[in-house]
Each structure stands twice: as structure tokens, then as C-alpha cells.
Design a protein around this ligand. Structure first.
Ligand SMILES: Nc1ncnc2c1ncn2[C@@H]1O[C@H](COP(=O)(O)OP(=O)(O)OP(=O)(O)O)[C@@H](O)[C@H]1O
Ligand SMILES: [Mg+2]
Length: 256
């Protein structure tokens, strides 16, 4: 009897211990370089880039073509590795993860909208989304995710039967259905017309403000920047400028 009581007490003591919370930045790039070797030529896609992103922040990454935006996003998403420097999530060194751990990081934490969609061609829109959530514990119903991007009635179409903008929206549905902690979007409105583009930005904003996801949007379109909490400007593989918007604008106020 006494043993049982002791056991319970220990249990209570265990669970009532203060959990040590990480108080540093949610994501941190410190002096990250990425060099691609093409024969004798070295391409410096990222050159000692440093920035931080806080949990729940809506971040826009701007920069010209070739500035290193996709490279940075791929590293954030655990899809590519740094050549040198440090990338940490909540103090955990992601650059030190082994391949299996990196796969887990991608699966559990990341939703990724690729610049060129990367849908599986022989699966329908619905099946593409279903596949993505297969290994998730907590996820959005794939049909609902497609409805949120305005494609509920196109679920049985294959990617080749959809326009570029529609494929882009399937890719967005696939990423948000995973309910990721970190949603990374590479030119999510690149293939969309003005009205659909705004609709998608509203959805990404909702994911950030209501679902508490950290959202990073890469774009050429500087008109999108005012919707962000933080704007990181890339130039020639370097971070040229970081701006904070105290009062991010609503999507309705954006014009391009
Ligand atoms: N796999 C690769 N092999 C060689 N060079 C690469 C590779 N990926 C990217 N690069 C080079 O690295 C630089 C940065 O590329 P990145 O794709 O990050 O640019 P970006 O800012 O996303 O451009 P865009 O706006 O055109 O998508 C470019 O000069 C590009 O050619
Ligand atoms: Mg790119």
C-alpha cells in the first residue's frame, strides 16, 4: 500500500517538474553558406546568411531570381544540407541530423509548397493530398483541404488535367493538410491570377494567425511584403535587409 502511494507521489513529482522551455529564436540561420560545385566552377547559392524566425511569425523572403531563396527554403525544410554554418530549430542543430532523423523532421514538422508543384502525376488531386497525410497523426481531412483551396469539385482529376494554378493549389492543399508547424511556400502565387492569388494568400495568413503555423513565403512580388511580420531581402546569396512590420496589412489592402 505504502509503495503505491510512494509511486504515485513520485509520478506527481515527475509531472509537476517545470518543463524547461526554449526561450531563444524558433529558427536560426547562422552564417549559412551553400556552395554548388559544377565542374571547376563554384556556385555560391548562399553566402554566410544569418536570420531568425520566431514561432508563429509570417515571413516573406524577397529577392531577384538566383538570389538563393529556394536554396534557403530547401535548407529550412530539411531537403538540402548546408555547406557550412548552422541552422537550428528551437536550439536543435538540424545540420547535424542523420538522414533518417532528417526524414522524420520533414515528415513531422514541415509542409512544403514547391515552386514547381511536384505533384505525383499518376495520382488524382485527392490521392496526392491523401498520400501526404498518410503518416501524420493529426491532419486535416484531404477533401476539406481541397475545398479550402477551391478545388473540392476537381478532386478526381489528375495533375495533367489541371491548369498550372490549379496544380499549385493542390500543392498548397497537400502542404496544409499535414497541419505542419512550419509551412514553407516557394512562389505560392507564381502561377495564379490576381483574385486566386489573393485567395491563397488569405488562406496562408489564416494558417498562420488561426492555426498558429509559422509561415514562410518566398516570392519575387514585393507587393506581398506588407502582409508579413518580417521581410527578409536576399541579394546574391546574402541577406541584404530584414524589416519588421509592426502592423502587417490585410490582404485586401495589397495591390499588384
Ligand atoms: N542544384 C544546383 N546546382 C547548381 N547550382 C544551383 C543548384 N541549385 C541552385 N543553384 C544556383 O544557386 C543560385 C541560387 O538559386 P536559387 O534556386 O536558390 O535561387 P532563387 O532565389 O530561388 O531564384 P528564382 O527566383 O529564380 O527561383 C543560382 O545561381 C542557381 O543557379
Ligand atoms: Mg526559386
Amino acid at each position: 500500500m505504502k509503495k503505491q502511494v510512494d509511486g504515485k507521489l513520485r509520478q506527481e513529482q515527475k509531472t509537476s517538474q517545470p518543463v524547461t522551455e526554449w526561450t531563444g529564436p524558433y529558427l536560426e540561420f547562422r552564417q549559412v553558406s551553400k556552395i554548388y560545385q559544377m565542374g571547376d566552377v563554384e556556385i555560391r547559392a548562399l553566402n554566410k546568411t544569418s536570420f531568425t524566425i520566431e514561432r508563429g511569425e509570417l515571413v516573406v523572403i524577397l529577392g531577384q531570381s538566383g538570389a538563393g531563396k529556394t536554396t534557403a527554403l530547401n535548407i529550412l525544410g530539411g531537403m538540402d544540407r548546408v555547406t557550412s554554418g548552422s541552422f537550428q530549430m528551437e536550439g536543435q542543430e538540424i545540420t547535424a541530423l542523420k538522414e533518417r532523423e532528417l526524414i522524420r523532421y520533414r515528415r513531422e514538422k514541415i509542409g512544403f509548397v514547391f515552386q514547381f508543384y511536384n505533384l505525383i502525376q499518376n495520382l488524382t488531386a485527392l490521392e496526392n493530398v491523401e498520400l501526404a497525410v498518410q503518416l501524420c497523426k493529426d491532419y486535416l481531412d484531404p477533401q476539406t483541404a481541397l475545398e479550402q483551396v477551391g478545388l473540392g469539385d476537381r478532386k478526381n482529376n489528375f495533375p495533367s488535367q489541371l491548369s498550372g494554378g490549379e496544380q499549385q493549389r493542390v500543392a498548397i492543399a497537400r502542404a496544409i493538410a499535414k497541419k505542419p508547424k512550419l509551412l514553407l511556400c516557394d512562389e505560392p502565387t507564381g502561377a495564379l491570377d490576381y483574385v486566386t492569388g489573393k485567395q491563397i494568400l488569405r488562406l496562408l495568413e489564416k494558417m498562420c494567425r488561426k492555426e498558429r503555423m509559422t509561415v514562410v513565403i518566398v516570392t519575387h512580388n514585393s507587393a506581398i511584403a506588407p502582409m508579413a511580420d518580417k521581410v527578409i531581402h536576399f541579394k546574391n546569396g546574402r541577406v541584404e535587409d530584414i524589416k519588421l512590420n509592426r502592423q502587417p496589412k490585410s490582404i485586401d489592402e495589397l495591390e499588384w
